[in-house]
Write a protein that binds this ligand. Sequence first.
Ligand SMILES: [Zn+2]
Length: 123
Amino acid sequence: MNLINCPECNHEILDRIGTICPSCGHNVTYFEGDKKRKLYGKFFAMSIFFPFISFITIVFTSGNLIALSIASILYLFLATLSCPLRFKDLFFTGYEKLVFWVIWGVSNSFIAAITYNSFSKLL
Ligand SMILES: [Zn+2]
């Protein structure tokens, strides 16, 4: 546990989520405190936007074999970047971890299926 300064009144408090500042009543949230929590916002955005980018790219390049191959490489790269395995220190609860693994797994298998179908149409 580390101490941070309360963003409201500068009083020293614990960086743990849910800590209530004894001096002003401010409640510590996810995005305050250590670097990990700032990374959380980045990871959250990745989990949403990367599959979306991959999906759009695969759909738009599905008519051309070379373009689709490049899109597939981009998709694999983005899927690796946003993999929850890289962020395993970030999760506070097992439930949170599960939610992100499910989001990652479902969205990426969906894109993998589309990629496979596009390739089999072209080959
Ligand atoms: Zn305070």
